[in-house]
Design a protein around this ligand. Sequence first.
Ligand SMILES: NC(=O)c1ccc[n+]([C@@H]2O[C@H](COP(=O)([O-])OP(=O)(O)OC[C@H]3O[C@@H](n4cnc5c(N)ncnc54)[C@H](OP(=O)(O)O)[C@@H]3O)[C@@H](O)[C@H]2O)c1
Length: 262
Amino acid sequence: MELNQKIILITGASSGIGKDTAIAMAQRGARVILCARSEDKLQQVAATIQQKGGFALPVPLDVTQRAAVEDAVNTVLARFGRIDILVNNAGIGYFGTLVDMPLEAMEKVMAVNFWGVIHCTQAVLPAMIRQKSGQIINVASVAGKRGIPGLAIYCASKFALVGLTESLRAEVADHGIQVILICPTSTDTPFFENAGTDGKIPNKSRGLGMMSSKAVAEAIVEASIKGKREVVLSTSAKALLVMNTLFPGLVDWGMRKVLQRR
Ligand SMILES: NC(=O)c1ccc[n+]([C@@H]2O[C@H](COP(=O)([O-])OP(=O)(O)OC[C@H]3O[C@@H](n4cnc5c(N)ncnc54)[C@H](OP(=O)(O)O)[C@@H]3O)[C@@H](O)[C@H]2O)c1
């Protein structure tokens, strides 16, 4: 898909991967609608884009609030007449073992990472079906492909997102809508410091090396332009998933070592 002049709504655009994706898409001429809760940060991202001659519109939004999501999407549709691409990127983490994970923390993770995606997707889909075109880009995680100890509810939310993505892809293909899955590995963003923790499992990356959020953003842009179905980022993450398919017991053993190292 050519991004020039496309109307692109990006959630979680105030920070990290969403912010850099908005900047990268705006650099290709897209008109980006920036959504997140922090209005001040959205204004800063918009200013960065506008200073370079791009178009950005901050729309403060909590994706867990279904009515607010519907209002925001309707406002965008009233102004621009269409939404070409929805990037479901807003997400949060929680580090802790399941045995005593607080219900409230688990509900919060699912509210943003899973229900937030459903609210945004259901709000946008009718317009895309009318347009007979569109792209929905879901930012999941390698943790949506392989369970990681100390991240159970986060993994569950991302596994759910992977299943949702695969189901939706087939449901909307005949309407000319592409559904793209992005699975980043550990990425250098405020995600870890923003994540909740039970105090026993530190909210730090113990992953396969850190990627930059700019590199993830470029991969999202490339996936959008080329209409890729799925992108797993980093060679080591791809190797882990192959190992997990071929030797799941061995990877289980390795994951126990990961937990012990935490
Ligand atoms: N960093 C990693 O290692 C990594 C790895 C794999 C996948 N991912 C995924 O990548 C996505 C982006 O994460 P990131 O690393 O860029 O983290 P980040 O820097 O913490 O950004 C998260 C974004 O989500 C927004 N957000 C959180 N709760 C929200 C809510 N209720 N409503 C609307 N927006 C909300 C935040 O903005 P406000 O606080 O202003 O609302 C922020 O813009 C997430 O889905 C994450 O799961 C990250």
